[in-house]
Design a protein around this ligand. Sequence first.
Ligand code: ATP
Ligand code: LTN
Length: 327
Amino acid sequence: MKQRIFSGVQPSGNLHIGNYLGAIKNWVELQDEYESIFCVVDLHAITVPQDPETLRKKTIEIAKIYLAAGIDPEKSSIFIQSHVPEHAELAWILNTIAKIPELEKMTQFKDKLQKESRESASVGLFDYPALMAADILLYNTQTVPVGEDQIQHIELTRTLAKRFNHRFGDTFIIPEPFVRKEGMRIMGLDDPIKKMSKSAKSEYNYISLIDSEETVRRKIKKAVTDSGTEIVYSDDKPALKNLINIYSLLSEKSSKEIEQMYAGKGYADFKNDLAEVIINFLKPFQEKINALSDEKVLEILKQGAEKVRPLAKQKLDEVKKKIGFVL
Ligand code: ATP
Ligand code: LTN
């Protein structure tokens, strides 16, 4: 029996190379080894103010990105979270298991509160991790491939699952995070201390997967660098380290090789080549995205939902029985 993995991305903002390198690239590599379920988490995307037309467009776009990256719908299930209502139902139940201080501790929540005021933050934003726990636990997921920033949410998922099992008897599998060392944290191009983020204020923070050649060149030119002139990979030069990481991950060259290639050369040469490396990666990717029609993608997503829904229903029924609901 293959182990099961589950992961998801929010259809908000523009997916960037950090999302690709930290998450989606790994999914593609894992889909042969694991029974894989990948979700477009639209219920999560509405926890911050959003525009309905953009949400609709982004939901399909994320699915296209999954497919263009190499997720094969014959091997893996891909679907839209809101097409399987069991996610919201289980999240409600887990709300009654989770404790307020546990949610208050979540770094992603605290970070987002810094971006908008506490007064305007929704209860949904606060509760985001309970919904994420529901996503994972509904499918008896053993492994959750994510970027490093999501580990805390998976820890909470484990806590909730154990608490439920303890109170009501064995119900949930306790999932493990799966984080690849490489690519786990791509930093912002305008601020190498914070992770690259699609909700960043400035578009100079990220390279989106749908950026044009000209945009990539402009953003890389503007990317902050550290003091000095040499191309060296070191912790004291976080901006350069991040750029070398991106170069390395997209070109399959090691950071050592890259250092050697640019010995005696300056930032300008390095940045020009980095822009070309990114463009060479994005071009075929974008061609694949453009070749997919919205209708075809929606059909794949609906089939995905049909395939996974019975699993979700079975688990939710088990949960309902355990807590005393009349079925
Ligand atoms: P936001 O900044 O709006 O919260 P995000 O860019 O973090 O969004 P998510 O939808 O939260 O994107 O994340 C999707 C996946 O991409 C997750 O598995 C996450 O860990 C991973 N990821 C996000 N940002 C990075 C990054 N900078 N480096 C590596 N992985 C990342
Ligand atoms: N919270 C995640 C997206 C997400 C997810 C999930 C990831 C929602 N549900 C379940 C893994 C498993 C994020 O912001 N990256």
